[in-house]
Design a protein around this ligand. Structure first.
Ligand code: PEP
Length: 257
């Protein structure tokens, strides 16, 4: 089995202006040590307006924190007012782009076709997608969370080569757990994360599935991270609210301690 380096990625959502972003990133950089980075990859997923500030800090101080955007346009350029393209993000050396977050699916009408086009746009521009999938409450209540989430995965990966898919990060985020304080149990999260890996093995092969990092997201905090991370198919976290508190985020990064 491949040793997968856990990824703890903070999704700031629509919080922190470009000056606050500098302060927050500096605080993280000051707290984190080489020992942390050896054990866990740490990333911040920031509003578009913060990217230049974060890039300048990371480049200037040679920080080991990775960074990325919370969305990407499906198009590489042209008359798409308000969109931000893959080439623009690549120029800012974005390593990651969150794609298909449930808030974008819910408030911006992103469907499987759009998510799939955005995944392809990220790869065209050398950016690793953090693909979000996960079921709403009514699906969980009906007990069809695995089928629902795998259908989202199939749609997002449609037509994607193995060469691309092997680097994807998939974040299983049950919608009912996002920003609600109601975390999935480690067993519930493991069930779907394992099913995601099994589907990757079906779509590609077992070797590829073994390499892909599957994150859990939904009210992850310092107090519940270790229990979730103890599960074999959970390789990290996509952390919203708790990533805005630098001390709490660092405690999540140090979930083993
Ligand atoms: C998220 O925004 O992806 C998320 C998981 O949020 P929270 O940690 O606040 O539930």
């Amino acid at each position: 089995m491949t040793e997968r380096l856990p990824l703890m990625a903070g999704n700031w959502k629509m919080n922190l202006n470009h000056l606050e972003a500098i302060q927050h990133t500096q605080k993280l950089a000051f707290a984190l040590s080489d020992k942390d980075y050896q054990a866990v990859e740490v990333a911040v997923l920031v509003p578009f307006t913060d990217l230049r500030s974060v890039q300048t800090l990371v480049d200037g101080d040679k920080l080991k924190i990775k960074y990325g955007s919370q969305d990407i346009s499906a198009h590489d350029g042209g008359a798409y007012t308000g969109e931000v393209s893959g080439p623009m993000l690549a120029k800012l050396k974005c390593g990651y782009a969150v794609i298909g977050h449930s808030e974008r699916r819910q408030y911006h009408g992103e469907n499987e076709e759009i998510v799939n086009a955005k995944v392809k746009a990220a790869y065209r521009n050398g950016i690793t997608p953090i693909l979000c999938v996960g079921e709403p409450l009514e699906i969980r209540k009906a007990g069809t969370q695995v089928e629902y989430t795998l259908a989202q995965l199939d749609g997002a990966l449609d037509g994607l080569s193995a060469a691309d898919a092997e680097s994807i990060v998939v974040a299983y985020e049950p919608v009912w757990a996002i920003g609600t304080g109601e975390v999935a149990t480690p067993e519930d999260a493991q069930e779907v994360c394992a099913a995601i890996r099994a589907r990757l093995a079906e779509l590609y092969d077992a070797e590829l599935a073994d390499k892909v990092r599957v994150l859990y997201g939904g009210s992850m905090k310092a107090g519940n991270a270790a229990g979730l991370m103890a599960k074999p198919d959970i390789d990290g976290g996509l952390i919203g609210g708790a990533s805005l508190d630098a001390d709490e985020f660092v405690r999540i990064v140090r979930y083993r301690e």
